[in-house]
Design a protein around this ligand. Structure first.
Ligand SMILES: [Ca+2]
Length: 175
């Protein structure tokens, strides 16, 4: 290892250690996990997210979020829902759908978060949802009545996806 490589190593190590004490608060943060590529997360409201730009199944999306230091997004309040809706309406096509963490794969129509394993503490269903019990078991966001809201849909269908940054020990910010 050369001196410059060692200096980069020390810088990365110090940032990784500092990360444990300083939650990022800028508009973006770059997250890298062991053996993975870096992923840029953008702040929306009080959390950091990235949007998956390919259409994939809910199961594939769950794995890809984990690969990049996140989970499918867990929307926990009306404030978070509104901030995400405003962002999606501004930045993305209104016909795009985005997978999130909610699902009822364990107990039909008892929706829980893949990120926490716990029942959802907040939902913002669009009118008439959830429907088709036992068939539509994964949640996504779609634009209905002027805002992005929640719908249950068939998990093996393909959509874009919204990942939320998590604090895994094998992932770190800044390097
Ligand atoms: Ca539905």
């Amino acid at each position: 290892m050369s001196c410059s490589q060692f200096a980069v190593f020390l810088l990365c190590l110090s940032l990784a250690l500092a990360y444990n004490f300083n939650y990022p608060n800028g508009p973006t943060t770059q997250v890298t996990c062991d053996k993975g590529e870096s992923q840029l997360y953008s702040r929306i409201g009080e959390k950091y997210y990235f949007l998956g730009k390919t259409k994939i199944t809910w199961f594939e999306a769950a794995h890809i979020c984990r690969q990049y230091g996140g989970d499918l997004a867990d929307i926990e309040s009306a404030e978070e829902m509104d901030a995400i809706s405003t962002y999606l309406k501004k930045e993305h096509n209104e016909n795009d759908w985005f997978w999130i963490a909610g699902n009822d794969l364990v107990t039909v129509h008892k929706f829980a978060s893949l990120a926490t394993g716990l029942p959802l503490t907040f939902t913002s269903w669009s009118v008439g949802q959830p429907d088709f019990p036992g068939t539509e078991q994964c949640m996504h966001l779609w634009l209905r009545d002027g805002a992005f809201r929640m719908n249950n849909w068939v998990c093996t269908q393909k959509a874009y996806y919204l990942c939320q940054r998590q604090n895994y020990t094998r992932c770190w910010d800044g390097c």
